[in-house]
Design a protein around this ligand. Structure first.
Ligand code: ZN
Length: 453
């Protein structure tokens, strides 16, 4: 892919929502990017900044904010948009991991991961956690990582497990494949690269406690962040995952838990006490009837949640509905249960800085801060829209089509509403061919196949 390489870039006259208390929000401000990093953010361009040879993006009328952080997504599902639109968790398990996952080839996974990461970039997501559980062979792991690298996104690759049969993911007695050590040693040894590594662990809701103990020990030996689903609605409830992990002394600040809907307040407090992290994926959680998102209960316990898309099989690949869903659910829950209320500033922070912290990346990204990596999004209001509250607009009024410009580590990946250096028609053809192969090999029938009856 051809990069639009920029060594010095000036984003001029935007409304700046920095998510950094020291920088604050600027009604009008300009940002100088040098190499991969933000060099300066100023309210008025003064003559001290030498503008010779600087590429200028005129951002007047646009809102600049840190690139969004999608803290939990199974990117391999990118060809499967709305393939499980109306399913509950059990039928999702049967159809998507059960039927479709086993037929993925390494090439399918490369296409899915590259295009899935581009779907995210298009939506203003500059950092994504790829919870990858279709690693049937070492070649699958190689292909998944290559797809992320080829997209230009900042990614944390969560090394998962094969998904060739239920024995890998339902009360599994199989330890994480040894190939995880090869990937850490040979492919993702550095924690400073654009693509870094974590473990996508099955935890007590998908494997035995012995396997959980083993897998966590492997991750800690490799110095990897550990992400696992926990409190997965009614499905997760009987496993009492947090209590059992607490009793086994397995919790810690290197754990990131996903969902949390059916966790007790006591379990959430244990996550807080251990310094662990929580990620909510509200649209999926509500659609699959997991219960209220755990965001406000977590906040009350002292855990600031990140947000994730989770699966595009029944939601769109952006964080905009996640922010709205979190806020709306919190308002309803406050009314019904007296939990704390939140506002649009909270959900914007969940989708940026708090998500970065849940991936242990907050020193690099998640806010517009001089010295941090230049991961920046510019939102352009659609025609016939008056901006009265930039924070409210960014959190609740925008969509992927509002994303005008996306910068990752100083490189412009989207500009003027279009992904840079990407042959969209060719990728669309690849995506549909991949989807056709997967459906044919698995015998999967998309929902509402009887349309238009
Ligand atoms: Zn998930």
């Amino acid at each position: 892919m051809k990069d639009s390489k920029t060594t010095r870039l000036l984003i001029r006259d935007a409304t700046v929502l920095s998510m950094d208390a020291g920088v604050g929000n600027l009604r009008q401000g300009s940002m100088l990017v040098e190499g991969e990093c933000i060099a300066a953010i100023v309210p008025n361009l003064n003559r001290d900044i030498d503008l010779a040879g600087v590429e200028v993006i005129d951002a007047k009328g646009m809102i600049a904010l840190p690139g969004f952080v999608d803290a939990h997504r199974h990117i391999w599902q990118s060809p499967l948009t709305m393939a499980a639109a109306d399913t509950d968790l059990n039928s999702y398990f049967a159809q998507v991991p059960g039927k479709l996952a086993p037929v993925y080839s390494p090439e399918d996974l490369w296409i899915a991961n590259r295009i899935g990461a581009l779907q995210a970039l298009n939506a203003g997501i500059t950092t994504i956690f790829d919870w990858c559980h279709v690693l049937h062979t070492p070649e699958h792991a190689d292909a998944a990582i290559a797809g992320l690298r080829d997209s230009g996104i900042r990614a944390v690759f969560g090394y998962g497990f094969p998904n060739t049969e239920p024995a890998w993911s339902m009360d599994s007695e199989r330890p994480v494949p040894e190939d995880i050590r090869r990937v850490r040693r040979n492919l993702l040894a550095s924690d400073e690269s654009l693509v870094t590594m974590a473990m996508a662990a099955r935890g007590p809701e998908q494997s035995t406690l012995e396997v959980t103990r083993h897998d966590i020990a492997v991750a800690r030996d490799l110095n990897l962040l550990i992400s696992m689903h926990a409190g997965n609605g009614a499905f997760g409830l009987p496993y009492r995952s947090i209590e059992r992990m607490h009793d086994a002394k397995l919790m810690g600040p290197d754990l990131q838990y996903v969902h949390g809907n059916s966790l007790t307040d006591e379990s959430i407090r244990r996550i807080a006490d251990s310094g662990g992290h929580l990620v909510c994926t509200p649209t999926i959680e509500m659609q699959m009837q997991f219960g209220y998102p755990a965001a406000t209960r977590a906040l009350a316990a002292g855990v600031r949640p990140g947000l994730g898309v989770d699966v595009v099989t029944s939601t769109e690949p952006s964080l905009f509905p996640q922010m709205a869903g979190t806020l709306q659910a919190a308002r309803l829950q406050a009314l019904e249960q007296g939990t704390p209320n939140i506002d649009s500033r909270d959900v914007l922070r969940f989708a940026t800085l708090d998500g970065a912290a849940s991936l242990r990346l907050e020193r690099k990204t998640g806010s517009l801060t001089p010295g941090k990596q230049a991961d920046i999004v510019l939102l352009r209001p659609t025609a016939l829209t008056a901006i009265n509250d930039p924070i409210g607009f960014a959190a609740l009024g925008a969509s992927s089509s509002s994303v005008d410009t996306v910068v990752v580590a100083g490189k412009v990946r989207k500009r003027g509403g279009a992904l840079c250096g990407i042959e969209i028609e060719e990728l669309q053809r690849q995506l549909e061919a991949c989807r056709d192969r997967l459906f044919e090999k698995s015998g999967f029938q998309p929902p509402h196949a009887d349309f238009p009856d």
